[in-house]
Design a protein around this ligand. Structure first.
Ligand SMILES: [Zn+2]
Length: 511
């Protein structure tokens, strides 16, 4: 089994913000979950560096576009480890190997008869690096996303014959209802296809900051087609993932087509319409799923640098740690929908759920094993009533994450975190400990609590890699695979019971 997940490559013209962190965190959770299932996993992120906006910004600063791209790409590269992201590669579209693949694939598209020369005239947004259709332009000829004035542009271009793929795309959508999700996005893409597809520019004539067109050096490839091909090109030159039996050069065969492209809704059309058409034109297999998440809203508007309402992920992580940010973003906003985020809601979730529900549960459970049983987990049969609530959890979580239902998956686990807190209150180990007659009962409660905590820590590991690592280490559980999250899982038998370690507060309230 192999699993390949991607984020969009981030455009280097802006600084990293919470929206970028959001997609990277989501992709990381899927990648970590599939690694726990024992699959070969490849997780790709990176930067999109060509196009007019970068060239313009570089000119304004009096530097070469490459120098600006180097500087800004590094900020995105640095964001990934800060978020706890375990990406296997970081692609840059200025990598010469990527550029060679772009030339190769798009030449094949031309050889296959899907490229022709023509004149394009239309309303163009330099920030989107895209022409806008008449029906999507805001009042005063403004970009509906950036609210800036559009420019009227006319140029001689090579066109990609998108119109040839009207029927193949309609067939694709009919045959694969899970190609695009959530359903609202599937419907949106399909209705765009049904409204009639027109050929689109494949190259830009006036620009030089891009991948040169091999058959006409006066042109560079339109930045969107250059960018989309990163998902495919990366596999041809990325090193094999650490610990993988694969060698460099074997990744395309092992991982293409991608399992999941995660994107935000503003780039739906490029991914759900242009991208599959381009792959068909090049005789390449199509990705399995495209999942479109919503926007994180601040004061009811999309967070973006150009709107100037940015919540800085670096600042949040500095204060609370990356796990807290990962948890909050997956917990508070239903993945796939728009949702509001705020500092107040963040602090509330941190306090009541991470610090109280999970942090306290872990520290008091471990403390009781030390207090009442000298740090040895009793080797006794577990509580069958609790077992009923924990059985089949790994399978249920896998089924949700197979559909990228990250918020539902977290809720599934959190119901058990709450269940376990109720169990502690119901069984009151501190009362049992006062009665010598009830020692066997106390043994069973403590052993069951530790077993349940192990299950929860393993299931939460993709969401909260840093804190569950501490917790699992304290439980002396070295294996991070999902098999250990089965309730029926049996540890190595030890006659005197298993010794566990101690733990500091996982989510300090003083943060
Ligand atoms: Zn725009």
């Amino acid at each position: 089994m192999s699993f390949y997940v991607t984020t969009p490559i981030y455009y280097v013209n802006a600084a990293p913000h919470l929206g970028h962190a959001y997609t990277t965190i989501a992709a990381d959770i899927l990648a970590r979950h599939h690694r726990q299932r024992g699959e070969d996993v490849f997780f790709l992120t990176g930067t999109d560096e060509h196009g007019e906006p970068v060239a313009d910004a570089a000119r304004a600063k009096g530097v070469e576009p490459q120098a600006l791209a180097d500087l800004n790409s590094e900020r995105f590269r640095a964001l990934a480890p800060v978020l706890g992201a375990s990406n296997d590669f970081f692609i840059r579209t200025t990598d010469p190997q990527h550029m060679a693949v772009v030339q190769d694939v798009l030449s094949r598209v031309r050889d296959n008869g899907f490229v022709h020369k023509g004149t394009y005239e239309g309303w163009y947004c330099p920030r989107c690096a895209d022409f806008k259709a008449e029906n999507e332009i805001d009042e005063g000829n403004r970009c509906p996303i950036h609210h800036i004035e559009l420019t009227r542009e006319q140029e001689e271009n090579y066109f990609f014959q998108l119109s040839a793929f009207q029927e193949p795309l309609e067939t694709l959508y009919a045959q694969r209802p899970d190609f695009v999700s959530p359903r609202t996005r599937y419907n949106e893409a399909l209705s765009f296809i049904r409204s009639g597809l027109h050929d689109v520019p494949l190259t830009r004539h006036k620009l030089t900051w891009g991948v040169p067109v091999p058959w006409d050096p006066e042109h560079v490839f339109y930045v969107w087609f250059d960018a989309l091909l990163n998902y495919y090109s990366a596999l041809s030159y990325a090193p094999a993932p650490a610990g993988s039996p694969l060698a460099q050069g074997e990744l395309t065969e092992a991982f293409w087509p991608a399992s999941f492209h995660l994107i935000a809704k503003d780039i739906l059309r490029f991914h759900a319409v242009f991208w599959p058409a381009l792959l068909m034109a090049a005789d390449l297999p199509l990705p399995q799923h495209i999942f479109i998440h919503g926007y994180l809203l601040m004061d009811g508007e999309k967070m973006s640098k150009s709107l100037g309402n940015v919540l800085d992920p670096f600042a949040v992580i500095d204060r609370f740690g990356s796990d807290a940010l990962r948890f909050y973003l997956m917990r508070d906003v239903q993945f796939g929908q728009d949702g509001s985020v705020s500092t107040a809601a963040f602090e509330q979730r941190y306090e009541s759920e991470l610090a109280n529900d999970l942090g306290n549960l872990a520290s008091r459970t471990i403390a009781m094993v030390h207090r009442y049983r000298a740090g040895l987990v009793p080797d006794v049969p577990l509580d069958p009533h609790l077992a009923a609530d924990f059985r089949r959890l790994p399978q249920q979580l896998s089924e949700l994450l197979d559909r990228a239902e990250l918020t539902l998956g977290l809720e599934l686990i959190w119901e058990r975190v709450r269940r376990l807190n109720r169990y502690v209150e119901e069984r009151a180990p501190w009362v049992l400990a006062k009665d010598e007659q009830r020692a066997a009962e106390l043994d069973q409660v403590l052993a069951s609590l530790i077993a349940a905590l192990r299950v929860l820590a393993l299931l939460l590991h993709p969401y909260l890699p840093a804190s569950t690592h501490l917790l699992l280490s304290a439980l002396r559980h070295d294996d991070r695979s999902l098999a250990g999250a089965e309730w029926e899982w049996e540890p190595e038998p030890a006659p005197a019971g298993r010794a566990i370690g101690e733990i500091d507060s996982l989510f300090p309230k003083s943060a």
